[in-house]
Design a protein around this ligand. Sequence first.
Ligand code: SF4
Length: 335
Amino acid sequence: MTDQTFPIIQTDSLDLPDVYEDPLDLMDEIDRLKVDKDATILAHYYVDGEIQDVADHCGDSLQLARVATTVTTSTILFAGVHFMGESAKILNPEKTVIMPDLHAGCSLAESCPADKLLAYQHELRAKGHDFETVAYINTSASVKSLCDWIVTSGNAREIIDRVPAGKEILFVPDQHLGRYLMEVTGRDMILWPGSCMVHEVFSIQDLLRAKKNNPQSLVLAHPECPKNILEHADFIGGTEKMRKFVTAETKPLTLLIATEANMIHPLQKAAPQHTYIPVPGIMTSSGETCACNRCPHMALNTLQKVRNCLKNSQPEIVWQPYFEKAQAVMRKSLL
Ligand code: SF4
């Protein structure tokens, strides 16, 4: 015996496997419940394809935040991660916003807790820095309430141009996106050392091996990827920009996709003429695929949980006092 101790796990918080149910039956039930419950389903490109297929709108964070403000139903079901449900509620306080699993977090958002950011802002000001804080949308609402601007990979350049030239920029939480934005905007930034666990796993050796195995291929990479991956990309862009890129290319191409693997679903739907290969999905020495490019938080969304959430109108994102400050920042940045 060792003296190692183990955490006590509350069984009611375990993500226990559900009883198998036919996905097609679930999809039919979800369609009926959407009408009964006066609900609209918004799904991020990184959730399972079958959830994207029952959604009323699929998109990246910016698109979905904007679409959320045009929804006419009384309820929004957001299939994505927690900060996205918060954003939908912040921009639509009068709507009921529900999520399939409130435990679906985001490693990037969690890398920048509000108390640490506040302390760092105080420290920088005490040292004489005169700055505005620009936050990637992948942050909690409490962090957004401490910032001056919110950006997504889709609108970051445009927003950074709005920061007065005489101000420094503190960029949180994604160091890789921040570094990429420094290059494309020419603005110096103080970078928060956060990153996304999914985009961080891409290894340069795996990418080069994939390129060698597919000599005619092009690499499409998300700007959350580390610099050494972006250096080998033929196209760099967020999820919606990737979708536009593949639809504009009519000639069949082989495309290596360096972002969350579920992104291949909307790409394939939008432009089936291409062959899509997930990076690093083909990279094991045996030639098998691996699942390290799947976001474990997004994967908490399942069809069963979507159905249950609609049926029970729970769990719900409840309005918090700090949402008001976050709302002002989000409205001026995103709408
Ligand atoms: S893919 Fe990365 S940034 Fe996106 S939700 Fe998952 S952990 Fe967060």
